[in-house]
Design a protein around this ligand. Structure first.
Ligand code: WQD
Length: 320
């Protein structure tokens, strides 16, 4: 079986490619290198440089490499950018998925793992967010992921396709310094950037209804995310039915918890400023992880120090 990983030259995609390849799977990468980099693609894994929006190109790739399953990670993923340019997000994330699915149907590809997001939930007002929690996304990014799930659910019902959608919670860390997150859009890289520039990191809100007043999130190591994709791919190979799973640790960490671990990692306490809340931030978003444990036998193995320590090593290894 050969798996096509779209976005396989990117931060998360490169980790998924590594997990599949090291488990003995045949893998090929499709990436337009808009944010990914060919240096992240493991030696021995072919890279096809192009966009999922190009149907004839995708069909050629599927046929040339005799692809029988797709892990679709290529997407735009910045919440703020999606608010400013929703059409870009619907074109890349939804029209891109439609074009990819058209090519899959033409070439008889019937196994599909989809990169979805906790952003599909919006403001879940529950202690633990399970997969039946209503999805009320707050951004075009979150909407594009929820629409993608609906589209895949309908395809699985109408055609002989089987789909596993994976809702990532807050992804962090790196399997090696060369695979660090190149984007500076999420909490941990933003803290590193502030510290590197001699600024105090900003905590968005200190008056939330949480133990220390700061937002709680379910941080999950990108290597665990990759392991979950491997488990999903193997499950589809062995005939698993379609399903939707959260990927998280099932436990929450506050912003101050993260800053404390950053201090432990860099060897000095982090001084920070508490500023106004960021609009749209829920106080707590923590995954229920029973379904993926029962369905795929998957549990996240890395903890917050693993994430922050490996992210710091990746930050230090960034090109100047
Ligand atoms: C985390 C917490 C901020 C920066 C993201 C995206 C998306 C999705 C889920 C995959 C929040 C606080 C942040 C800062 C801060 N994952 N913060 N100071 O908003 O939980 O959601 O993960 O699709 O990537 O939706 O992640 O890293 O922006 O913020 O206090 O300088 O850190 O308020 O509570 P978020 P984030």
């Amino acid at each position: 079986m050969t798996w096509l990983v779209t976005g396989g030259a990117g931060y998360i995609g490169a980790h998924v490619v590594r997990a599949l390849h090291q488990d003995g799977a045949q893998v090929v990468v499709l990436d337009d290198l808009s944010t990914g980099h060919r240096s992240r693609v493991e030696a021995g894994v072919p890279l096809e440089d192009g966009t999922v929006l190009d149907g004839p190109f995708v069909r050629r790739v599927l046929a040339d490499h005799q692809v029988s399953g797709v892990v679709h990670i290529a997407a735009k993923k910045q919440v703020g950018e999606s608010m400013a340019d929703p059409l870009l997000y619907y074109r890349e994330n939804v029209s891109g998925l439609v074009a990819l699915l058209d090519a899959c149907r033409s070439e008889g590809v019937e196994r599909f793992v989809f990169s979805s997001s906790a952003a599909t939930y919006g403001l879940p007002d529950v202690e633990l967010v399970d997969e039946d929690t209503p999805g009320v996304p707050l951004s075009p990014y979150g909407e594009s992921k929820l629409v993608g799930e609906w589209l895949l659910r309908d395809c699985a019902a109408a055609y002989t396709m089987r789909v596993i959608s994976l809702r990532y919670f807050n992804v962090a860390g790196a399997a090696g310094p060369e695979l660090g997150d190149p984007g500076v859009f999420n909490l941990i890289p933003l803290v590193f950037q502030a510290l590197s520039e001699g600024r105090r990191p900003r905590v968005f809100g200190g008056d939330y209804p949480t133990p220390d007043g700061t937002c709680i999130r379910d941080y999950v190591h990108v290597a665990d995310i990759a392991d979950a994709h491997l488990a999903a791919a193997r499950a589809l190979e062995s005939g698993s039915p379609s399903e939707t799973y959260n990927i998280g640790r099932g436990e929450g960490s506050s912003v101050l918890d993260v800053l404390r671990v950053v201090g432990d990692v860099i060897g000095k306490q982090v001084e920070y400023d508490v500023v106004d809340r960021r609009p749209g931030d829920p106080a707590r978003v923590v995954a229920a992880v029973d379904r993926i444990r029962k369905g795929l036998g998957f549990e996240a193995r890395r903890d917050l120090p693993d994430m922050v320590g490996s992210a710091w090593a990746g930050w230090q290894a960034r090109p100047a």
